[in-house]
Design a protein around this ligand. Sequence first.
Ligand SMILES: Nc1ncnc2c1ncn2[C@@H]1O[C@H](COP(=O)(O)OP(=O)(O)OP(=O)(O)O)[C@@H](O)[C@H]1O
Length: 211
Amino acid sequence: MNQTPLLAADALCFERQGQAVFGPLGFSLPAGGLLQVSGSNGSGKTTLLRVLAGLARPSSGELFFDGQPASSDARSRYVAYLGHLPGLKAELGCLHNLQAACGLLGRRARQTPAAALGIVGLAGHEQVPAHSLSAGQRRRLALARLWLSPAPVWLLDEPYANLDSEGMDLVQRMLAAHLRSNGAAVLTCHGQFNGTALPHQQLDLDAQVGA
Ligand SMILES: Nc1ncnc2c1ncn2[C@@H]1O[C@H](COP(=O)(O)OP(=O)(O)OP(=O)(O)O)[C@@H](O)[C@H]1O
């Protein structure tokens, strides 16, 4: 069995204008592992995910994907990022959005864009342009794109935002299925009350204040 963590961070720090936003942080996520990052508004959760996704550069420290130092090539193979903005093409229909993403990023084995729309409750919306969807429906479309990604490491910034209780349950089920299929995930939340019920490691950025 492969014991190498899918994602590992060692002494990871991020500073802005000489002020620490977070760090030094260390964690190690094996296949099937889930890390929940909590903290109050402005504690650095989104910044941490952006650093993990390669959208921001750490001030110091190291990151590894499957034992390899982080690089843009490693990230393109390992990371699927669900940020605050759904990152959809507004003029394209739902199905077309997913087809375009699969064309660009590849596709999870045995999954199709049409089936993914059904999984997230958007069957019947195939031709509806993304700009006509509600915030929760856009979130669902972004979840379908995430589900289709072949990348094993999911980075989820407040994945329950804008979703009704059925949508929150959907995230939980997708996450559980992803972890069962040897994926790993990092998700952010503001506190235990809006976090995941799945078994997880916990990283509380508020607990770092003054550390
Ligand atoms: N683009 C930016 N330029 C300058 N400062 C920023 C920028 N983005 C975030 N910050 C600052 O960095 C700190 C961390 O922000 P971040 O968005 O990571 O927090 P968060 O924990 O995700 O917050 P929230 O719970 O409100 O989403 C905050 O003090 C914020 O003001």
